[in-house]
Design a protein around this ligand. Structure first.
Ligand SMILES: [Zn+2]
Length: 125
């Protein structure tokens, strides 16, 4: 998921791009030759995701709530832009809580269902 970060190099503030290390071709070849190295390589690649600046590809993106980014924001952005970004972050957090609630409800239903099956199977014998 892309986050709103600040670029220490070009002063870009906004959403980042997610880049990934390694090479898709190597991944496919490894998968074709041997399953296990392919699997390990895939796991390594997916764990190596990192955030880059969409403008200059700088990897040193810093979170917007860090003191350095706050300083950059104040110097370079008008207040209404800052408000917009803060609002976006706030909405993102709300969305995250919503998703978490949904997962918890799903898990609850699943557990209730599993319990029901266990109870029913005990009753059957
Ligand atoms: Zn940049």
């Amino acid at each position: 998921m892309s986050k709103i970060l600040a670029c220490t190099q070009c002063g870009y503030i906004g959403k980042t791009e997610t880049a990934i290390k390694g090479n898709m071709g190597v991944e496919i070849v490894l998968w074709l030759l041997f399953i296990i190295p392919g699997l390990i390589y895939s796991v390594w690649r997916s764990s190596s995701r990192y955030q880059v600046c969409p403008k200059c590809k700088n990897q040193n993106m810093i979170p917007l709530d860090s003191p350095k980014a706050q300083k950059m924001v104040k110097e370079e952005l008008p207040q209404e832009e800052i408000d917009k970004i803060n609002k976006k972050q706030e909405e993102g957090k709300k969305e995250e809580i919503k998703i978490r609630k949904r997962v918890m409800i799903g898990l609850g239903i699943f557990l209730a269902f599993a319990l029901l099956i266990v109870i029913l199977s005990k009753l059957a014998y």
